[in-house]
Design a protein around this ligand. Structure first.
Ligand code: PLP
Length: 376
């Protein structure tokens, strides 16, 4: 049987990984500054994580959401403590798109309205409601097209105000930091203004923290760099360090009813064990603080390498934009220096390393990058 060929592939076959290092079948080690697309938070195959999943699998791996699963409450308690969002309610699911789909649904249930605002260059996943609010016509199938999606320019509060004046907006979906769009930061005034407009117009403010959350920005959630309290927060990626798990944090004012949301696999025993292990390691190893300090160091050093480049980001979510395409630089980083990086569009390199990245590893990247840029 052939695989459905939707992914352009790098010609590399990883067979093992540890911390920030990925090893291929020929035994070559790569420094992972991509984290499998911002997913690896506590480092590959962390022993506490492997141990917790292994032990849980020996006991019970799965049962449906029709029974009591105390691991869900343990996960919620630990998440509340580490994120500072203890008063929110947690709904567990399996992926980022599913988290956004449920968030959009919740906002529509609560407000009784259908229209949503999202922003240019945003990405929110590929399920029906989420993809309709994603600014990329190439991934919107005819069945996903809807008049309920209003896409406005990022950081343009006046445009949101004008659109909200119609009175029919159920919610605003915005990334804590735009990831796929190129590491674009929302302005504080923009997020605070969105919150004010949502409150004034009976709409829900939904923060998509799927890529920017879980410590990546140097705070638990990127919106915590600003003075807001969203109605709904979505998360996935770093939450399971590779185990598929997503979640929705729901403001205490939003009341659930039985059957309002649901999923077969969400919150299963094994996923909870993975999620709890991630939070344990993040707390014990102070990974949010590490993301802040190593990220600040990286950004400062990178910005000093050339006046041609623009370095943007917070913590370990970093974009390096060139005036020209970065394809060759990325190929040299991978082929000669054995460093994985991500990209955005044609001209931006994206760094999304594990939050365990150390100064020595960061320095290895800076020196490799400098060698390439200064030769060009
Ligand atoms: C900001 C954001 N939202 C949603 C998603 C979708 O997540 P998933 O691929 O887990 O469905 C992504 C994935 O890259 C993302 O970056």
């Amino acid at each position: 049987m052939k695989l459905f060929d939707v992914y352009p592939l790098q010609d590399i076959t990883p067979v093992k990984a540890r911390g920030c290092t990925v090893t291929d079948e020929a035994g070559t080690d790569y420094l992972d500054l991509y984290g499998g697309h911002a997913v690896i938070s506590i480092g590959h195959t962390h022993p506490h994580y492997v141990g917790m999943i292994h032990d849980q699998l020996q006991k019970i791996g799965f049962y449906s959401n029709s029974i009591v699963n105390p691991l869900q409450q343990e996960l919620a308690d630990k998440l509340g403590e580490l994120s500072g969002c203890d008063e929110y309610q947690l709904f567990l699911c399996n992926s980022g798109a599913e988290a956004n789909e449920n968030a959009i649904k919740l906002a529509s249930f609560v407000t009784g309205k259908k229209k949503f605002i999202a922003f240019g260059k945003g990405f929110h996943g590929r399920t029906s409601a989420a993809v309709a609010l994603t600014d990329n016509p190439k991934i919107i199938a005819p069945v996903n097209e809807t008049l309920n999606a209003v896409i406005l320019p990022f950081n343009d509060l006046a445009a949101v105000r004008k659109s909200m004046a119609q009175g029919d907006i159920a919610g605003v979906l915005v990334e804590g930091i735009q990831g796929i769009g190129g590491i674009n930061l929302p302005e504080t005034g923009f997020l605070e203004g969105l919150q004010e407009l949502c409150h004034a117009n009976r709409a829900m403010l939904i923060l998509d923290e799927i890529q920017s959350g879980y410590g990546r920005s140097g705070k638990f959630f990127a919106f915590q760099h600003h003075n807001i309290m969203p109605d709904i927060i979505t998360m996935a990626k770093g939450m399971g360090n590779g185990f598929p798990i997503g979640g929705v944090l729901i403001h205490p004012n939003i009341r659930p009813w039985h059957g309002m949301l649901g999923t077969t696999f969400g919150g299963n025993h094994l996923a909870c064990a993975a999620g709890i292990a991630v939070l344990d390691v993040m707390k014990d190893e102070k990974l949010v603080e590490n993301a802040e300090s190593v990220g600040t160091f990286l950004m400062k050093e990178l910005a000093a390498i050339s006046t041609e480049i623009s370095v943007r980001g917070l913590g370990l979510m970093i974009g390096i934009e060139f005036p020209t395409p970065v394809k060759e630089i990325r190929a040299r980083l991978l082929g000669e220096f054995h460093i994985f990086t991500g990209f955005s569009g044609t001209n931006t390199i994206r760094l999304l390393p594990p939050l365990t990245l150390g100064r020595q590893e960061a320095t290895r990247f800076i020196e490799s990058f400098r060698a390439i840029v200064q030769q060009a």
